[in-house]
Design a protein around this ligand. Structure first.
Ligand code: BDR
Ligand code: CA
Length: 307
């Protein structure tokens, strides 16, 4: 068994990533920590708790930061729905998180499994940055951190050059990127290139016919609309699930080592991941960046997780 801890701003693609991890027979998800991002914190918590319940798991879910370190929260409810899960009428109320703050849960789980814990981040990096600020040594206790965030190459989804998770809390991202943790960044470019689903491809998964198969497709209702009209995609895309797939089986993607910096300015200078492809900064690479992914291996893993 491999130990995972997942930090998430649980909305429609995060929920699919949670299903994939929770249903993986050789992965023990020790905790899920929730951060504000796609939706306000309370909504993200309910979404994570609902998903855990649907998977028949008993993974503890912790509440974390309700806003970025230094900025006001900007949600993506236009992308994922007001409730974050496509506004399809799911009962997303009344479930209770575990006691304690997400930053404490991150510290405790990482300490308890030092050297044998994979951290997967699916939202803004506020919780993780807070944990690292309080205890910088946590960075070397994490075996590997998989980050859905930023852009390896190409265009952004919030500004022309910035991806949502990094843009929402760039100061937190900078802290994490400079923490010395072993890291892989799976940028949004990997998702729109290798993890889109048009109507036919979505139907193929839904036709598996289990409650989980229906859930992972039905909750993409708002995202499908947004992706097609605003992101010029053939249907919805799944950035968090393809990141989770790579964390589960790294051979699903290809990688290169790069120096990556995060900009913390305003406007167009906010939350860009600057990848030093040619090494012109003469600074040593500090992370791996996913450069491509195997779509069919990803889809097979997704199908197996809902079957
Ligand atoms: C990321 O932002 C959110 O909308 C998704 O959940 C994903 O984590 C993609 O930019
Ligand atoms: Ca997310």
């Amino acid at each position: 068994m491999r130990n995972f801890i997942i930090d998430t701003d649980t909305a429609s693609d995060d929920a699919v990533a949670l299903v994939m991890a929770l249903r993986q027979p050789d992965i023990d998800v020790k905790a899920i920590t929730v951060v504000a991002g796609n939706v306000p914190l309370d909504m993200g918590l309910q979404n994570a708790l609902y998903t855990v319940e649907l998977c028949g798991a008993d993974t503890p879910v912790y509440a974390g930061c309700a806003k970025p370190l230094l900025r006001e929260l900007e949600t993506a409810q236009d992308v994922h729905g007001r409730d974050g899960l496509g506004d399809i009428g799911l009962h997303l109320r009344g479930r209770a998180p575990a006691d304690g703050h997400a930053a404490d849960a991150l510290r405790d789980v990482i300490r308890a499994h030092a050297g044998d814990i994979t951290l997967v981040t699916l939202g803004p990096l506020t919780n993780v940055a807070l944990a690292l600020l309080r205890e910088p040594e946590l960075a070397r206790r994490v075996s590997h951190c998989w980050i859905m965030g930023g852009i390896g190459s190409g265009h952004g989804n919030v500004t022309p050059t910035a991806e949502f998770n990094i843009w929402v809390d760039p100061e937190a991202a900078k802290i994490v990127y400079e923490s010395g943790m072993k890291m892989t960044m799976v940028g949004w470019d990997i998702s729109w290139k290798h993890a889109t689903f048009d109507a036919e491809q979505a139907a193929e998964i839904r036709q598996i016919g289990t409650p989980l198969a229906e859930f992972v497709i039905d909750i993409q209702a708002t995202l499908t609309e947004f992706s097609m009209t605003e992101n010029a995609l053939p249907g919805f895309d799944l950035p968090d699930p393809i990141t989770m797939a790579a964390a589960i089986d790294p051979s699903i993607a290809e990688y290169k080592d790069y120096r990556v910096d995060v900009t913390t300015g305003e406007g167009l200078a906010r939350g860009i991941t600057v990848v030093d492809v040619l090494g012109v900064s003469k600074r040593a690479p500090q992370m791996r960046v996913a450069t491509s992914a195997d779509r069919s291996a990803f889809v097979e893993m997704l199908k197996a997780s809902v079957a």
